[in-house]
Write a protein that binds this ligand. Structure first.
Ligand code: C2E
Ligand code: MG
Ligand code: MG
Ligand code: MG
Length: 284
């Protein structure tokens, strides 16, 4: 009996593995088709200066709407795109599209684009960024590239070279999801980032626990002393906003100050923001 049960359990795992593999294979097929049919879109989320509440610019966030699946989260399909070699063409499309949009906004509003660690392989990134800037006419100083620790982790030398070349072009570099990796602090020594984006997990905690609040204050102070601007991500409540403002962060990005929105809405906000906000309209 025990033996029979054991075999049943094994078959159960076997079946669920087949199901998982089948699901992954289907996601891969759908993702390849999405690339071919250009079923992607960008959403734009405001970044807002503190304490002035003025709009600084937007972060471009990739969206995939599959006709059958509906919207698929980037957290789900970007790792797969990286694995199967699709992140380079997708990333190139994101850069070109985001730069074209931003070129239509009043200066100096900026656009932030997420760059996958995989895009640093093959030494094409600098040329791809240069081409996106040239094609759009966007001033390089209005483009920010957001990288995570993953980009700096494996190799270093070629990645650092690319980052310095990009910075030499006038493009700004941000460290995304700061504080979630294994050695966030050591990366601040390796490269002079323009901006540190404090991960939303610390902002989430800032409401309730003293430790998260203390970490935000410390990172804001660290950024100030290193000459890097600090942005708090994922701010959802007025309480969180007042905490992070009190902590000395330079800017904020979160649902409270603006959800990711379609290009047309971002454009309207950008034009409106080129006039100073009335106090009643201001966000804080
Ligand atoms: P990220 O770069 O850290 O982007 C911030 C994520 O937090 C976005 O999720 C955004 O919608 C979400 N967010 C913003 N404010 C709030 C808030 O107040 N509350 C909560 N709960 N969430 C908030 P999204 O758009 O699902 O993107 C997830 C991740 O996927 C991004 O994290 C980024 O790592 C990656 N990603 C998105 N677009 C691209 C892209 O074009 N290229 C690459 N390589 N990665 C991308
Ligand atoms: Mg980002
Ligand atoms: Mg982030
Ligand atoms: Mg400020």
């Amino acid at each position: 009996r025990a033996k029979a049960e054991g075999r049943g359990t094994f078959r159960f795992f076997q079946d669920s593995m087949d199901v998982a593999m089948q699901a992954r294979r289907q996601l891969e097929i759908d993702l390849r088709r999405a690339v071919a049919l250009k079923q992607f879109d960008l959403a734009y989320q405001p970044q807002v200066d503190l304490p002035s509440s003025r709009l600084l610019g937007f972060e471009a966030l990739l969206r995939w709407r599959d006709p059958v699946r509906g919207p698929v989260s980037p957290a789900e399909f970007i790792p797969l795109a990286e694995e199967i070699g699709l992140i380079a063409p997708i990333g190139e499309w994101v850069l070109r599209t985001a730069c074209l949009q931003a070129a239509g906004w009043p200066a100096p509003l900026s656009i932030a684009v997420n760059i996958s660690p995989v895009q640093f392989r093959g030494n094409r990134l600098v040329a791809v960024v240069g081409a996106a800037l040239a094609a759009s006419g966007l001033e390089p100083s209005r483009l920010e590239l957001e990288i995570t620790e993953g980009a700096l982790m494996d190799s270093s030398a070629p990645v650092l070279e690319a980052l310095h070349a990009l910075r030499g072009m006038g493009v700004r570099i941000s460290m995304d999801d700061f504080g979630t990796g294994y050695s966030s602090l050591s990366y601040l020594r390796k490269f002079p980032f323009d901006k540190i984006k404090i991960d939303q997990s610390f902002v989430r905690g800032a409401d309730a626990d003293a430790e998260a609040g203390a970490i935000i204050r410390a990172v804001a102070a660290l950024g100030a002393s290193l000459g890097m601007r600090t942005v708090a991500e994922g701010v959802e409540t007025p309480q969180q906003l007042s905490r992070i403002q009190g902590a000395g962060c330079d800017a904020v990005q979160g649902y409270l100050t603006g959800r990711p929105m379609p290009a047309a809405d971002a454009g309207a906000l950008a034009r409106q923001a080129s006039h100073p906000l009335e106090p009643a309209e201001s966000i804080a």
